[in-house]
Design a protein around this ligand. Structure first.
Ligand code: CA
Length: 218
């Protein structure tokens, strides 16, 4: 799963990026509001961690414009500001949650899981339907109720497909959801990943639609 980290503080940004990657997220880090705006425009993010006090464009402006464009990516506001008005304002503008700095990294991960889950329309940590379900907390897949462990990339790929069961996702859309900036993506990376997942989840778990992409059963 891919997260856009918007943070102008070098120390906080670097340590968050490192911790997120350690937790299996693919993290793209930008340091100002304009770059955040253009990264969001490219799409593909599972969620956004947004600082409010940013150079070039304030975090609240980034949020307002994203929502005006119809971008529904879950946003968790990270802020040192303890003003009640800032928190109320960002929630009213469409933030999904906020966390005051300094925070415990474990709490950040739990809040990220919670906003992604709500976007998926699930009150609990399972997303998916029928024979395939993903547990967002343990990052396991349930195949007809039996649990299987997934790698970070397998998890990201399956999460993208299970958000809209039946919908076809192209190679480019899947790559966009799995890999961050600057990551080497070989031309057959998705095929290799899906090949391995079919062995784990069953040959019919992920269907190829020739020339268009892949889908899971609705
Ligand atoms: Ca800041």
């Amino acid at each position: 799963m891919r997260v856009l980290l918007v943070e102008d503080d070098e120390m906080i940004g670097r340590s968050l990026k490192q911790a997120l990657e350690g937790a299996g997220w693919s993290a793209d880090w930008v340091r100002d509001g304009e770059l955040a705006q253009s990264a969001l425009g490219d799409g593909g993010y599972t969620c956004v961690l947004l600082d409010l006090g940013l150079p070039k464009q304030d975090g609240t402006d980034v949020l307002r414009r994203a929502r005006e464009r119809g971008d529904a990516t879950p946003v968790l506001v990270l802020t040192a500001r303890d003003g009640l008005d800032d928190r109320i304002n960002s929630l009213d503008l469409g933030a999904d949650d906020y966390l005051l700095k300094p925070f415990e990294f474990r709490e950040l991960l739990a809040r990220m899981r919670a906003i992604v889950r709500r976007r998926d329309g699930a009150a609990h940590s399972l997303v998916g339907s029928g024979a395939l379900q993903l547990d967002l907390t343990t990052r396991e897949v349930l195949v007809n109720g039996a649990r299987e462990a997934l790698t970070a990339r397998e998890f990201a790929l399956l999460h993208a497909l299970l958000e809209r069961p039946g919908a076809i996702l192209s190679r480019e859309q899947l790559e966009n959801r799995i890999y961050g900036w600057g990551e080497e993506v070989t031309s057959n990376a998705i095929d290799v990943l899906i090949h391995g997942m079919r062995r784990k989840l069953g040959a019919e778990s992920i269907r190829n639609v020739r020339g268009l992409g892949w889908r899971v059963a609705a």
